[in-house]
Design a protein around this ligand. Structure first.
Ligand SMILES: *[C@@H]1O[C@H](CO)[C@@H](O)[C@H](O)[C@H]1NC(C)=O
Ligand SMILES: *[C@@H]1O[C@H](CO)[C@@H](O)[C@H](O)[C@H]1NC(C)=O
Ligand SMILES: *[C@@H]1O[C@H](CO)[C@@H](O)[C@H](O)[C@H]1NC(C)=O
Length: 303
């Protein structure tokens, strides 16, 4: 009997360790662009429980702006909701697809504070912001809504990462099915698979998933010479150059290359920079080291 109880406890632990990760998915390009829907589909196919909470319209470049969501005074992007629609809304046949007529920060907050309790019965385990249409490198992180939304999550205590991608346009999610061979569609599928590869490693690492108050800025290079998710290598980088800073020791140096310099190198390098969610600037070597340890199985060197 005691043996059976021990086995049952062991089984229960094994099952709980595999509990599906609960993800809030957000962006700044709007809830109906191809890239965010491809990411939603890829995460679901990989077994994640996902709630999408994104701006009703394109809110690129709005950083950490915030407001109260308002009634739509024009249609949602690509006519996905009519003028006069409520401040927040959802797809009636897939209620985990939600829009918020406000900024990316507000969409992330609504996902964390309202939608996660509703659909998950708890806080989310992680917030994925993006992939954004277009890279967010260097000082651009300061105005990026993608980075703004990821920062908001980290400041609310939810680990997060911002993902931004070089190839693709702000096209409707319907192009994924109407034009699957189009460059935008193919890029959306490659990047979404790459994000899953990254999250599978990060979310399987021991708790806490990330140190408190920090987030990750991940950038994907062009798909032109990198035609599948497996072609990419992740490299630890820094956002801003600072020759006076001592970074974590890796790839034979204590000076990480900037994300801007690595992403343009031949070799399909996706950059991963660790940043302070409040200042959106680089963190100290010890904090970089914590992330390096978690991601070591997928990190490469670009030199
Ligand atoms: C989205 O907003 C950004 C920033 O205002 C702008 O540069 C971009 O052209 C907009 N996209 C579309 C499809 O209108
Ligand atoms: C949002 O609404 C609340 C409650 O009505 C109000 O206190 C707050 O000032 C509003 N915020 C903004 C940015 O308008
Ligand atoms: C809503 O979900 C249905 C079923 O998945 C889909 O066919 C439709 O295109 C979606 N519409 C929007 C605006 O998300």
């Amino acid at each position: 009997m005691v043996v059976l109880a021990v086995i049952l406890v062991a089984l229960a632990c094994a099952v709980s360790a595999q509990t599906t990760s609960k993800i809030v998915l957000t962006n700044d390009d709007g809830w109906a662009v191809a890239q965010i829907r491809a990411q939603n589909d890829a995460l679901k196919s990989a077994g994640y429980n996902v709630v999408l909470s994104c701006p009703a319209i394109n809110k690129s470049g709005t950083g950490s702006s915030t407001t109260n969501a308002t009634t739509l005074t024009s249609p949602c992007e690509f006519n996905t909701c009519p003028t006069g629609s409520p401040p927040t809304g959802f797809n009636a046949s897939d209620t985990q697809l939600n829009y918020v007529n406000a900024f990316p920060v507000d969409a992330a907050r609504f996902g964390i504070q309202t939608l996660a309790p509703k659909f998950f019965g708890s806080k989310p385990d992680f917030v994925v912001s993006g992939p954004n249409v277009g890279n967010n490198l260097g000082s651009t992180v300061l105005i990026s809504g993608t980075v703004g939304a990821a920062s908001e999550a980290a400041l609310e205590g939810i680990p997060s990462a911002a993902f931004s991608a070089a190839t693709g346009g702000q096209v409707s999610y319907t192009t994924l099915t109407t034009s699957p061979a189009a460059a935008d569609s193919r890029a959306a599928l490659i990047y979404s698979a790459l994000t899953v590869r990254f999250l599978d490693v990060l979310l399987a690492s021991p708790a806490p998933i990330l140190p408190t108050g920090i987030s990750l800025n991940v950038n994907y290079p062009s798909t032109t010479n990198c035609a599948s998710a497996s072609a990419f290598k992740f490299v630890l980088t820094r956002i801003n150059s600072n020759s006076g800073a001592t970074d974590v020791q890796t790839c034979g140096t204590t000076h990480l290359a900037t994300e801007s310099s690595v992403i343009t190198k031949a070799g399909c390098f996706a950059t991963v920079s660790v940043f302070n969610a409040r200042t959106k600037s680089d963190v100290d070597a010890a904090t970089q080291a914590a992330v390096l340890t978690k991601l070591s199985s997928i990190l490469s060197c670009s030199n």
